[in-house]
Design a binder for this molecule. Structure first.
Ligand code: GLP
Length: 244
């Protein structure tokens, strides 16, 4: 879907998320959201906060699972995805703290694989992800699934691609400060979501968006795996769609 402006796109996606939350609340059921940090979803979260404030959208029945986190990373650190989520969404709505799930960037290395399996189990116990939001990196990563991540990959620790670390450098005041590793849901985990919205705005995303949609499905561009999903939509502005 191509929108004239990213703000129109974000408002439309926030509306769809709000519709799901309300429909589930009417049936006394939870809505399970897979959430992402980064610049792309900022206006979706801003609109959800506005709907909470102005239109009584309650998050009491919302359960969230975040896609990824740098490792190591303390949750109160400026660059942490946990802090991002609290600042942009969680601190402004009535979500129950126990319903928020984020990969823990402070856990000891030796417990990571057990905790990743647990994270997947919690997702399954919650009923699976209803709507997964994604961004995309210049390497074609979704979450932090860098090139080489296949459709079977699950939640795990990965090594970040050099290009991803360069793209994050400004947030960390220099590439040497960007962590070399991260914890991410796998491509296979992401593909289990019932509905996926990948948000990409601006000219900088246009090349990787063209490869994602028109390129061959291959682990060298993990986002191409979305071609296999029955209900994945790419939400673009004109600039991101320019090379299609
Ligand atoms: C990071 C995150 C991704 C995110 C991507 C795009 O590397 N791990 O989950 O989607 O960057 O970020 P942005 O939306 O800021 O362009």
């Amino acid at each position: 879907r191509v929108y004239p402006e990213s703000t129109d796109a974000s408002a439309a996606i926030a509306r769809e998320i709000a519709d799901l939350i309300r429909a589930r609340a009417a049936d006394s059921r939870v809505a399970v959201l897979g959430l992402v940090a980064g610049s792309s979803p900022v206006n979706v979260y801003a609109e959800l906060v506005r709907l909470h404030r102005d239109e009584q959208l309650s998050f009491a029945n919302v359960v969230t699972f975040n896609l990824d986190e740098y490792y190591p990373m303390a949750p109160d650190c400026l660059q942490s995805h946990a802090r991002f989520m609290h600042e942009h969404l969680f601190d402004h709505v009535d979500i129950r703290p126990e319903n928020i799930h984020l990969p823990d960037g402070t856990q000891p290395v030796e417990s990571i694989s057990d905790n990743c399996r647990d994270y997947e189990r919690q997702m399954a116990d919650a009923g699976g992800v209803d709507i997964q939001l994604l961004g995309i990196g210049r390497t074609g990563h979704i979450g932090f699934n860098e090139p080489g991540s296949g459709t079977e990959s699950r939640t795990r620790m990965i090594t970040l691609d050099g290009m991803t670390r360069i793209d994050s450098a400004s947030h960390f005041f220099g590439v040497e400060n960007v962590p070399r590793r991260a914890i991410t849901m796998g491509v296979g985990t992401i593909l289990q979501a019932r509905k996926i919205f990948l948000l990409a705005f601006g000219e900088g995303k246009s090349s990787i968006i063209a490869r994602t949609i028109e390129g061959e499905l291959a682990p060298t561009v993990p986002a191409t795996s979305l071609q296999e999903h029955p209900d994945a939509e790419l939400i673009l502005d004109h600039a991101a769609a320019a090379k299609l």
